[in-house]
Ligand binder design. Structure first.
Ligand SMILES: *Cc1c(COP(=O)(O)O)cnc(C)c1O
Ligand code: SF4
Length: 338
């Protein structure tokens, strides 16, 4: 995500704008408004951090925050903070070496058997810790003029069995568009699985539409959805209902989280997150150690503490509710278990 990322396109015909797109367009983008909605005092320094990576948060997500609590775990994920502007040694623009893994514009092929398309820079929410906050989406958007190039690369590699739609957030694209892109991908015979990485089912449950379930389940490709929630407060009744609709349609849903200091670095929160997600039919997948991206150093949890947390969680939950603690390291053949 970056400042030059495409904004959500507007529909010319307002009557046919789906509710989720209206909710996206109405997201809060001014720190002063967010703080006022939570009855918190203004923070003039938030604006300068927002200048580098804008604030964006849907109103439904704000409704899950506790008014008056500056340390609310959902608020801390989105509120720009002056500490982001301090340079910290070892925190880089492209910590994962993604520029080197780009097989075609917007197509990352790092791991055996699967490749990842960054379809759009647009997200429903801007997470302050995002490792792609400096990603060159404007140059690396494969779904426009570079689409044929991406398809040709995929078609030429018989070892590729899975295609991952990522971003930004791929579900910020309209369903008609996604249906067409998925049709093109399904025409590549060696592809078997379609994986979607999206935070929208959590931050904007209205996004789970009939049209989305149609293209997701009608493709020849076997679908799997990986959502992204970090804290149990993110899962309210609407989110639970949306996630259940997806699993009821036969699509497995997994969750990945980022371990974030002051937000979810406590065994109680992480256990409650796994339990809450399971209630909604979702299994934990990864718990990521923070990628060392410029502006996110204040969220880092050291490895020893991260390992201790996972040991504690393992002692409390059934094995299938324990996420895999991993770090992504440039040049490695898979995420590295800790
Ligand atoms: C994380 C990632 C994947 C997926 O890895 P899994 O371990 O299969 O979840 C694929 N490609 C890239 C470039 C990635 O960063
Ligand atoms: S939704 Fe994902 S890609 Fe978008 S800002 Fe958050 S972490 Fe980054």
């Amino acid at each position: 995500m970056n400042k030059t990322a495409p904004i959500i396109p507007r529909y010319p015909d307002a009557e046919h704008v789906p509710a989720w797109r209206r909710a996206l367009a109405e997201a809060v983008t001014r720190p002063a408004e967010l703080l006022a909605l939570l009855t918190l005092p203004e923070e003039p320094t938030a604006a300068s951090a927002a200048d580098r990576f804008g604030l964006r948060v849907p109103r439904g997500f704000i409704a899950r925050m506790r008014p008056g609590d500056r340390r609310d775990p959902l608020l801390l994920q989105v509120l720009p903070d002056a500490v982001e502007c301090q340079a910290v040694a070892g925190y880089l623009h492209d910590p994962l070496g993604e520029a080197a893994a780009m097989a075609a514009p917007g197509l990352l092929h790092k791991y055996h058997g699967r490749a990842l398309l960054t379809l759009t820079g647009a997200c429903g929410i801007h997470c302050r810790y995002c490792f792609r906050r400096h990603y060159p989406y404007a140059e690396a958007n494969p779904s426009g003029q570079h689409w044929a190039q991406a398809l040709a690369y995929l078609a030429a590699d018989p070892s590729l069995h899975e295609i991952i739609l990522s971003g930004g957030d791929p579900l910020s694209l309209p369903d008609e568009r996604l249906a067409t892109l998925v049709d093109d991908l399904a025409a590549i015979p060696q592809l078997r699985r379609l994986r979607i990485h999206s935070r929208l089912p959590v931050v904007l449950p209205e996004r789970i539409t009939d049209e989305l379930l149609d293209w997701l389940t009608e493709s020849r490709l076997r679908p799997v959805l990986v959502v992204h929630a970090n804290h149990p407060h993110e899962i309210d009744a609407d989110v639970r209902q949306g996630l259940r609709r997806i699993t009821a349609a036969g699509v497995p849903v997994l969750n990945q989280s980022v371990l974030l200091r002051g937000i979810n670095d406590a065994a109680d929160s992480l256990c409650a997150l796994s339990e809450t997600l399971f209630e909604a039919g979702v299994l934990p997948y990864y718990l990521h150690q923070l990628d060392r991206v410029e502006g996110a150093a204040h969220f880092a949890v050291d490895d020893a503490r991260a390992r201790a947390l996972i040991r504690e969680i393992r002692s409390r939950l059934p094995g299938y509710l324990v996420p895999r603690l991993v770090r992504e390291q440039a040049g490695e053949p898979a995420k590295t278990p800790l």
